[in-house]
Ligand binder design. Structure first.
Ligand SMILES: [Fe+2]
Length: 183
């Protein structure tokens, strides 16, 4: 998929203020989508989860929900915490939200039979594979850290404010999509 295709899928990329970070974000998404075997024709089948049956949204929709919730919450903090502003770096929050589940594009794979875990999913759960791909694309350590620590892999780790922020919102958004469903 071209950078323009990625931008069509995830228009929130344009919210990143730094041009270089914007470009690396699109590059990382393009790499993960291509590496996972996803195309314009099947990308809507890329899942948030296959453990929970009947999840109401796909991976692109989940990433957009998390990113838009992060933006809305950041703006709310900035509005009311006027004295010090939101104690978070804007570009790290937006880029981190867009890339937090980067590894899910390679954790799952699509075939005629439907979506399954990919061969190495048990070795490279999405926080690990996503962090590796982000580093390969030259994203800064703050983003690599955020991806690596956004799920239970990060439980025992130091977490930046941006990582803790995206992680909390992702957790909320994920629970909303699986509420009432069974594994
Ligand atoms: Fe997520």
């Amino acid at each position: 998929m071209s950078d323009n295709d990625i931008l069509q899928l995830l228009p929130e990329i344009d919210e990143i203020s730094d041009a270089s970070l914007r470009s690396k974000t699109a590059e990382a998404l393009s790499l993960a989508i291509q590496r996972g075997g996803w195309t314009a024709k099947n990308i809507q089948h890329a899942p948030v989860t296959i453990t929970w049956k009947g999840c109401s949204c796909n991976l692109i929709e989940h990433i957009r929900v998390v990113t838009q919730l992060c933006i809305a919450n950041y703006n709310c903090l900035s509005k009311f915490y006027v004295a010090n502003g939101a104690p978070l770096d804007w570009d790290t929050v937006v880029c981190g939200a867009l890339l937090h589940d980067l590894g899910k594009f390679t954790e799952f794979t699509w075939s005629a039979g439907g979506v399954t875990y990919s061969e190495n999913a048990h070795l490279m759960r999405h926080p690990l594979s996503g962090a590796v791909m982000a580093a390969q694309c030259g994203l800064p350590d703050t983003i690599v850290h955020l991806i690596a620590t956004h799920s239970f892999e990060g439980d025992a780790s130091v977490k930046t404010a941006e990582s803790a922020f995206v992680r909390a919102i992702d957790d909320f958004a994920f629970k909303c999509t699986v509420f009432g469903l069974e594994k």
